[in-house]
Structures are given as structure tokens and as C-alpha cells.
Design a protein around this ligand. Structure first.
Ligand SMILES: [Zn+2]
Length: 272
């Protein structure tokens, strides 16, 4: 789950759960908590959900004087239920709200579900240094240029580092770089102003297109519906061996540090 999926989930959760009180909570994988389950339960039960905001790959669920911080890790199905609905077969986390509705969470691999007093939010190491998201009004071209001017590493690592920009992961970054004709290993100081302009636009257009289509095709939204952004929308992402949509060169899969990258070796050259 990256920014589009969390943005959509945040919107839908806002509509369904804000203003409701937590009646009960069940958690089968207490390792995702930053405290014992008993402490967590004692703090959460009886609290009213005041707001739900998404920021990058995190959801901030405000409960009176606390913030519940959720990060789905590799992915999670966060599914809403009404009082008579059949629950999903598998889930590890369940929130019951006092009106009989609620939501379950099935975590694919690991997740974070951290509770912080509002006043101590700045002490939460994983979110305190999050950058602004590309959909934030403050994410202007000037802001982006300024951010890049202080960096020397490669562009892909920069885009994936949540402290720089919050919300881009290894799925969307592929076409974001392809649109800007940038090789993932391109060193930031060598990138021209024109290229930065195209990259800035590409970040917004790729993420916004996915939001319009309901997010990634293999992820579910709050109502259990899958998104519409899949292989048909990908340009070079996860298409090794296929022709580049711009120049027909065969798309390659390469290693870039700990992540895989998909590139068109003609459109995204390194020797600039
Ligand atoms: Zn190409």
C-alpha cells in the first residue's frame, strides 16, 4: 500500500467511523503494538474517533487525546463491517464501534499499530520525521527543487525515503522515473532543472491517476473493493521482457540496492 491506497482508505474511513465510540478491540498479533495489549485496550476502549488522516503510508486516527498510528507494512485489508455483515474469514485485528459497525484488519506480513498521546506525537520516531506528501499543497516545484538541492545520492533512494517525501513505494516509483526519463541510479546533482520539472509533474500524475482509479488492483479499499490501477496502467513497472511504450526497447529488470527496478535502457540512460 502506498499513498493512493492510504488516501482512499483514509477518506472512506473518515466517512464511516468518525464520531463513533470504540466499544471493543481484539488483536491477535500484539507485536504490532508499541505497548501491551491490556494497556492498549484500556486506552482505546470508550474513546471517540475524532478524525482519520492519511500521511504517506500512515493513517493517523485521532481518539480524544491520543493518536492511533497505523502503517500496513507490505499491505493489509482494512475492511468495514455493518452489524449484520459476515466478517472476512481471516483477520488479526478487530475494532467494534458502539453502533454495531466496525472494521477488521488482515495484515499480509507485519504492521504497526502504535498508540501515542497527542502531546507526545513528536516522540514517535517512525512518523515524527515524515516528509510532506506529494498531494500536499506545499509540495510545489520550488519546494521539490529546494529538497533535491541538498542531496547527493541517487534519485530512486531519495524518492523512496519517507523522510523526503511521504507515500511513494516501489510500485509507483517505477513509472514515476520512467515518465521523467530518469535512471533509478541517476545521481541527484546531475539532474537538470527541466528534468526536475518533469519528475515533479510525473509524481503527481501517477499518484493522482491511481487515486482516480481506486488504487492498486490487488489492494482492497474499506468496502472490500479492489482498485482499478493494474498492469494495463503500468508503463514499464513489472513488465520485464515487454516493449517500452515509448521506443519499443525491451524493458529490463535490474537490482538497485535492496530493491528491484524496471527500466527502459534506451529512455532511461545513466551516462548523462
Ligand atoms: Zn524506451
Amino acid at each position: 500500500m502506498e499513498l493512493p491506497e492510504l488516501t482512499i482508505l483514509g477518506r472512506q474511513m473518515r466517512k464511516e467511523i468518525v464520531g463513533k465510540r470504540v466499544y471493543e478491540v481484539g488483536i491477535a498479533n500484539p507485536k504490532c503494538l508499541n505497548m501491551t495489549f491490556e494497556q492498549f485496550r484500556k486506552t482505546v476502549v470508550g474513546k471517540t474517533i475524532k478524525s482519520v488522516e492519511s500521511r504517506g503510508k500512515w493513517l493517523f486516527i485521532k481518539l480524544n487525546s491520543h493518536q492511533l498510528l497505523f502503517n500496513p507494512g507490505m499491505g493489509a485489508d482494512v475492511i468495514h463491517f455493518e452489524s449484520n455483515d459476515k466478517l472476512p474469514e481471516k483477520y488479526q485485528i478487530k475494532f467494534d464501534l458502539e453502533d454495531g459497525t466496525g472494521f477488521t484488519i488482515r495484515v499480509w506480513w507485519f504492521c504497526y499499530l502504535h498508540l501515542m498521546p497527542e502531546k507526545k506525537l513528536g516522540e514517535h520516531k517512525l512518523t515524527a520525521k515524515l516528509g510532506i506528501t506529494p498531494l500536499d499543497k506545499r509540495f510545489t516545484l520550488d519546494y521539490f527543487k529546494q529538497l533535491l538541492s541538498q542531496k547527493r545520492g541517487n534519485i530512486k533512494s531519495f524518492l523512496l525515503d519517507q523522510k523526503n517525501i511521504a507515500g511513494i513505494g516501489n510500485v509507483y516509483v517505477q513509472d514515476i522515473l520512467f515518465n521523467a526519463k530518469l535512471h533509478p541510479k541517476r545521481k541527484i546533482p546531475s539532474i537538470t532543472d527541466t528534468e526536475i520539472g518533469v519528475l515533479h509533474k510525473s509524481i503527481k500524475s501517477v499518484l493522482n491517476e491511481s487515486i482516480e482509479l481506486g488504487g492498486l488492483a490487488y489492494e482492497k479499499d474499506f468496502y472490500g473493493n479492489k482498485g482499478g490501477y493494474g498492469k494495463a496502467q503500468y508503463k514499464i513497472a513489472y513488465k520485464p521482457g515487454k516493449p517500452c511504450p515509448a521506443c519499443q526497447t525491451t524493458i529490463q529488470k535490474i537490482k538497485t540496492g535492496s530493491t528491484s527496478s524496471f527500466i527502459c535502457p534506451t529512455c532511461q540512460t545513466l551516462d548523462k
